[in-house]
Design a protein around this ligand. Sequence first.
Ligand code: ACO
Length: 364
Amino acid sequence: MTVAEVICDSPIRGHGRERKPFDLPEEHVMTSSISSVVCGIGAYVPPRVVRNDDPAFSALDTSDEWIRSRTGIIERRWADPGTSTGDLAVRAAERALLNAGDRGVDLVIVTTTTPDHRTPSTAPAVAAQLGLGTVPAFDLGAACGGFLYGLATADVWIRSGAVERVLLIGADTLTTFIDPTDRSTAVIFADGAGAVVLRHGEGTEPGAVHRVRLGSDGALKDLVIVPAGGSRAPDPEVTEGRRRHSVNMQGKQLFQHAVSRMTESSRAVLQDMQWSADSVQAFIGHQANQRILSKVADLVGVSEESRFGNISRVGNTSSASIPLVMNEIDMQPGSKTLLTTFGGGAVWGSAALSWPILTPRKGN
Ligand code: ACO
């Protein structure tokens, strides 16, 4: 049993030598008989559609033309006040469990940057609402990188033999962390949840997670940050104003880092797998900006027909964005699938998997 397929971009330094964790010989990637296998997908977005010309944006100095041309977003979904990340997560998970055809799971992971509370974490409440008993459940925070960090985590738990089945949910209500007067974030972020069920299986099965690469660079932490509300600046009375408790984003710099990191890590995963870019049948990037996605896809060299996305309809839903796209498409089981992401932290990652066998799913 091994955790060979999840590797980190940066070497760990320790005991006087440099090593790459989990890095086994290349041939192991394709020949490993043990794998985590995706066996169910579900997603949920709240019903409220907010178009670019919505009155919510009328006080902002912006326009439908600017938003469409600079981001690719035409409309997005916003949760009503009182609807939490956990509420969205439960709905997406219900659909994923139904799609998997078996409600039994041994572990629940909720990846989110907008948990229901500072404490406790959101996952236990989600597990309880789903009636999953007393299984271990925890949150994982990696901003827009959450889903791939969660996928790597679920994969390692399954490969280690610790669990048989994992429910992984990416969910965010970023509108609760947005300053509505900040045009550079208010028009971009949105709410949603996507979930997958992974089970223990064989590396040759459709749905097998072959490879995940992750990386981070904390020197870039200020590029997208909620400055107050954490232990560094608790500011419980919101004395410093709403902006410090909302997402502050330096979009232009993020854009450049997102393009280069997603491109590099996608290429590295393709190389690990010995897949050519034009053999990829489904390429799904974190839905941050259509211009970022197109640039990365062009640089990596994936074909036009293999590029899938929904940013025009749902905006940037952070942890939910990749599974939301996965839920919308149908591929031949076994199709070569490449996922890639970049988010606050900064964190990034890419994954290679084969498209799973799925029963028909409920749309959003
Ligand atoms: N409407 C009109 N003008 C706007 C708007 C808006 N909604 N938002 C910004 N502008 C203005 C800016 O103020 C700026 O004006 P100025 O030239 O007078 O200063 C001008 O448009 C250009 O601003 P840029 O930031 O250069 O615009 P850009 O083309 O880079 O697009 C955007 C901005 C959409 C934010 C882009 O940079 C982007 O998508 N960045 C990446 C975001 C990302 O990757 N996020 C992922 C991480 S998020 C997470 O992890 C939670």
